[in-house]
Design a binder for this molecule. Structure first.
Ligand code: PMP
Length: 385
């Protein structure tokens, strides 16, 4: 039968079909519910049932905290999507990639004579700063904008640069800003999947961080992994996870295992085709509306060769980075809120408030409503009724 779901906030009634007329379009958080229909199509093969007496111990039978089978599935998925080179590398599991970002900063700042300076290139994901400030220690401090250090290579001693590729909020494939033998990098590859970007080449970086949240959409399971080249960095990161929580929940690992098994059982490229088509379709619709506007613009993402699809492909980003072009619209979020659209303001990403991030990876209802509100806004600008 039809699955029973909670109604989207803009719908009411026994079958969630009654639309609430003034409801705001929520394009704020990055919950990847666009993948929910994929999982409805794979409901049986992805289901997990765990008897009460199962998986009670801290460790697996081989005394590790990491499921070897899950690790193998992850490595297989990287080789299918051609987005990362895993051969000869280590893996660390984390409670979402959130925990691994912190583990990586701790690991890369170990055994240094002076505090490491943590930087990123704006606009950047706010958590990097929040975590570094919150977990204040003698080992590191948040220094801010990576390009401030760019031309002074002496000061690049002891720097840790976050490279988010593709970037949150603007979907651009970012490269390292700072050069120098003592610059350490953390590549946040949360969105480096064919869903959201062309994959120009498999990534082969020192520390690469991925998450189930944006691969399968299961953000609530809190599962991420880091692929690490260097043994000592790996040991430091694994130690962080050990000290902080004695390994990642075995139930979560089981859930991740079952989901990836469902992905790998059928046509292994199905999830990528599904996700890419959905996201590309959304982007094209949004681009079409914004092309009619002078008041608003969105980021340009170049057509690029994709190593996964083996052809040139256009954009399908997780977020739109919308800009209010009118001089007076310095608070773009307020402009959108007045039109019943909830986005996330640019200043959260260390950019001007002339920018707003709009999430494109939520449910179809959320996206359709967003389009509807933006269509109204653009028609109003163009003098239509
Ligand atoms: N990195 C980036 C760039 C993100 O956008 C997010 C989630 N929005 C995360 C990391 C954290 O994701 P999670 O903890 O769910 O893996």
């Amino acid at each position: 039968g039809k699955p029973i779901c909670e109604c989207n906030t803009c719908y009411q009634g026994p079958d969630c079909s009654r639309f609430i007329p003034d409801c705001a379009a929520d394009a704020d958080s990055g919950d990847p519910l666009f993948l929910e229909p994929f999982w409805m199509q794979h409901a049986a093969s992805s289901a997990v049932l765990v008897p009460g007496w199962h998986r009670m111990t801290y460790r697996f039978a081989d005394h590790t905290f990491i499921s070897e089978q899950l690790k193998n599935q992850i490595f297989r998925l990287h080789s299918i999507s051609r987005n990362a080179i895993t051969k000869g590398k280590y893996i660390v599991f984390g409670g979402g990639s959130t925990q691994l970002l912190s583990a990586a900063v701790f690991a890369l700042s170990a055994n240094r004579s002076s505090p490491s300076r943590v930087v990123a290139d704006p606009p950047y994901y706010p958590l990097y700063r929040m975590q570094t400030d919150y977990f204040e220690t003698a080992r590191f401090e948040f220094e801010g904008n990576a390009s401030m250090l760019k031309n002074n290579s002496d000061s690049n001693d002891n720097v840790i640069e976050f490279v988010t590729s593709p970037n949150n909020p603007d979907g651009i494939l970012k490269k390292v800003i700072l050069k120098g033998s003592s610059v350490k990098t953390i590549h946040d590859h949360a969105y480096y999947w064919p869903h959201y970007t062309a994959i120009p080449a498999p990534s082969n970086e020192d520390v690469m961080i991925f998450t189930l949240s944006k691969l399968t959409g299961h953000a609530g399971s809190r599962f991420g992994w880091a692929i690490v080249k260097d043994k000592e960095v790996y040991e430091n990161m694994a130690n962080y996870i050990l000290i902080e929580q004695m390994g990642i929940s075995r139930d979560t690992q089981l859930r991740a295992f079952q989901l990836l098994k469902a992905v790998l059982e059928g046509n292994t490229t199905d999830i990528f085709n599904f996700a890419y088509e959905r996201m590309r379709d959304r982007w094209e619709k949004l681009e079409q509306i914004i092309s009619l506007s002078k008041r608003f613009s969105i980021q340009e993402i170049p057509i690029q060769f994709c190593n996964f699809f083996e052809k040139d492909r256009g954009a399908s980003p997780a977020y739109a980075w919308l800009k209010c072009e009118r001089e007076e619209d310095t608070d773009c979020n307020a402009v959108l809120l007045a039109a019943n659209v909830i986005g996330r303001e640019g200043s959260k990403f260390m950019a001007e408030d002339r920018y707003v991030r709009l999430s494109l990876l939520r449910s179809q209802d959320d996206f359709d409503l967003l389009l509807r509100r933006l269509t109204d806004l653009v028609s109003e600008e163009n003098g239509a009724q």
